[in-house]
Design a protein around this ligand. Sequence first.
Ligand code: NAD
Length: 465
Amino acid sequence: MSTGASSLPEIVSTLRASFDAGVTKPYAWRIRALKALRALLIERTAEIEAALVADLRKNPAEAQLTEIGFVIAELDYTISHLRRWLRPKRVRTPLLIAPATASVVKEPLGVVLVIAPWNYPVQLLLVPIIGAIAAGNAVVAKPSELAPATSAVFARLFPRYLDNRAITVVEGGVPETTELLAQRFDHIFYTGNGRVGRIVLEAAAKHLTPVTLELGGKSPAYIDDTVDLDVVAHRLAWGKFMNAGQTCVAPDYVLTTPALARRLEPLLVKVIEEFYGTDPELSDSYGRIVNDAQFERLTGLLDGETVVTGGQTNARTRYIAPTVLSSVSRDSAVMAEEIFGPLLPIVTVESLADAIGFINAGDKPLALYAFTSSAKARRALLTRTSSGAVSFNVPAAHLLVADLPFGGVGQSGTGSYHGERSVAVFSHDKAVLSKIMKPDTFNLVYPPFTRKKDAFIRGFLRRLT
Ligand code: NAD
């Protein structure tokens, strides 16, 4: 199902015509569109919150923190800095071509496609779109069909708030996305899993379209004995169980020593009760699993594991209790792939070196969390592992820093965004050089290459640049 009666190629060619006509390029248009998006979020908060409850039983306060309010903060930051970010940047010119001026000018790419997943269906659709609009592009927004209520809200509200000539929502699943991917775009921004990431890259290759891939992976949480375990338990449980664990930057599993695991486990039990009560199924602060397929996959991962707390499930409501798993084997099913649900395995290690070895044996994670006050441990983790981000003593909060790049490395993604970087993602850095006509000092490099010029080029020139 797509928005309106137009076919997808028609939608894309309408947007291209608008882009080519210069609709999206003026600074005033960009600011107007960003402010309109802001108005949509403010005026339609109740509808969006209701959609998030319907899709994920997401608590409205959590929705403000991680979705609606998060996007408004990004909008405000972008609106107040955009003029400066778009300013051409002067760069130095070598003496050889002096007198001349050189600068880097940001140019919009054209028509861009933003494909979003279901887990943060507001933030992960809108934050990339902010960058695309701010950079002066026309946008096709493709929300996830697996968060249908949120997708429908944006399909309904975008045409009322935003300039239809240049910004369109296309709803749908695999067939629609496949057809969209056959079109030529000037950038594709995909957030989701690596399997589909490969499909997106293949489709983009046909048109030589640049791609940003925001993928996932198993983000470890390393804990040593230099930190207050009660605070660790609170922050871990917060990062893990928000959105019922369906967070790309959730701590996927814990790496710690057996002695610390024994101390941490009862603290996690206590914190989970503090957050969600004795029966989290009754808590309105706790979410649900997005669909039956994910529910089946996650409950299957519990087989054969030692449950410290949680483990209760309800297939009808797709409830899985916040669950902590003890002494999990490194080759168990729950350690094979990103969990993306409310299961927290604790894997024991002998030492920091053992933890680093284990992390490096897997794919590069989207984030690495380390709860440690040891400068030596921090340095070792920073320099001897690779991940999209490293965050000490708190999970998932690096997203809140707009000037930090948000993205993965290797299997966890390609490219990064947020703040000024989002504008860079959707812009071409055009090199602009301007040289005055006279005097024509350039004649020093024109043929014929006399002995004098040869000597100049070999010696003098290098010193002049
Ligand atoms: P999803 O199933 O909603 O898929 C994402 C998008 O891909 C959807 O819009 C969907 O329509 C489209 N899609 C699905 N199959 C397709 C196909 N065969 N061809 C073309 N398009 C297709 O979401 P998901 O992939 O289950 O999302 C979860 C994954 O996303 C996890 O791995 C998570 O770590 C990752 N993730 C990453 C980030 C990040 O910012 N790095 C954020 C959230 C989620």
